[in-house]
Design a protein around this ligand. Sequence first.
Ligand SMILES: NC(=O)c1ccc[n+]([C@@H]2O[C@H](COP(=O)([O-])OP(=O)(O)OC[C@H]3O[C@@H](n4cnc5c(N)ncnc54)[C@H](OP(=O)(O)O)[C@@H]3O)[C@@H](O)[C@H]2O)c1
Length: 349
Amino acid sequence: MSPQNSALWLPKPGAPFQVGPAPYTPPAASEVVVRVRAVAVNPIDGLPGFLYRLALPWLTFPAVVGSDVAGEVVETGAGVTGLRPGDRVLGHAFGVDKSRNRAAESAFQHYVVLMRHMVSPIPDSLTFAQAAVLPLALSTAATGMFQQDHLGLAMPGAEPADHADTVVVWGGSTSVGSNAIQLARNAGYQVVATASPHNFDHVRTLGAAHAVDRNSPSAVEEILERIGGGPLAGILAIGSGSLTKTVPLAARAPGGKRIASAQPELFTRITRRRARRHGVRVSSIWGGTLKDNEVGPAIYTGFLPSALATGAYRAAPDATVVGHGLAHIPHALRELKNGVSAKKLVVTL
Ligand SMILES: NC(=O)c1ccc[n+]([C@@H]2O[C@H](COP(=O)([O-])OP(=O)(O)OC[C@H]3O[C@@H](n4cnc5c(N)ncnc54)[C@H](OP(=O)(O)O)[C@@H]3O)[C@@H](O)[C@H]2O)c1
């Protein structure tokens, strides 16, 4: 008999979320079903109604949303290898992605369907709550850094070649930035990151050689000084205002004049034309595209499992558990709107 499932339903954009029964969906050949034990919340989960329609116009309602999952595998599809029931995993849930648009694949429910190649086993030492901080932020950072249509950097690995070039992570203390710093280091690049001074230790601990105050009027000069004469591999621009700072930076730095922006496409498009005049190429990241190319499986099934097990990669930023049960997720979304600094809000299930 199939397990009883329930979900946090969004009846329509802007309406209050409601906890209610949901079907248990068995996995297709390349999918797994995970009993969700922890979810993290992201800005896109709690958008006001009109922004939901703008950001996710294809989404059908009632919908289930949420991207970040950690839990136990309960069932595997016929073609799945390397995972079996009982395994502790994290995974990126794609229910709101245009190509999926399927409630069964979103995080905010007890049993979620995940694509096998976007799921990683986690070590026993990593709690579900801490593991849940990773998926969307990791995917967004990996998309920007490794996809050929973005920065196209060398992939991370256990013994990366040392690169002389520097990756600049603007917004290094965000969840996306915390992953970008670690991915760049694990790929052998030097890293300069911006953050507020109270998060300098955070970005340095993750592997940034230098931390620069993102609010300093001389931030661009300071970064250029830190890079020295060495080439720039590329810039990941995270946070509002990041392109205003990073386009002049890329224009002046020696080496790669590419910026991958985590800002919404609408904002990036306006800057893109201006950047081109300075010889700088700006691309806009959609943190789900890696599931459709070589980057997704390389990160989730190739790199991450052993990197987490050996400690080469940390689930950062720290999780703050704000409640237990589906009904607490709207509270977490409200708290997220008030702002967080170098932490990720998590609800256990
Ligand atoms: N394109 C995509 O697919 C995608 C996916 C996920 C997220 N995003 C976007 O990426 C951004 C970061 O999301 P997140 O979830 O990683 O953030 P988060 O973890 O909530 O970020 C919190 C941190 O943001 C920093 N911050 C605040 N305003 C900033 C600014 N203007 N510039 C740089 N840093 C700033 C603060 O750092 P300090 O306290 O150190 O200043 C704070 O620690 C958001 O804009 C989000 O919408 C895009």
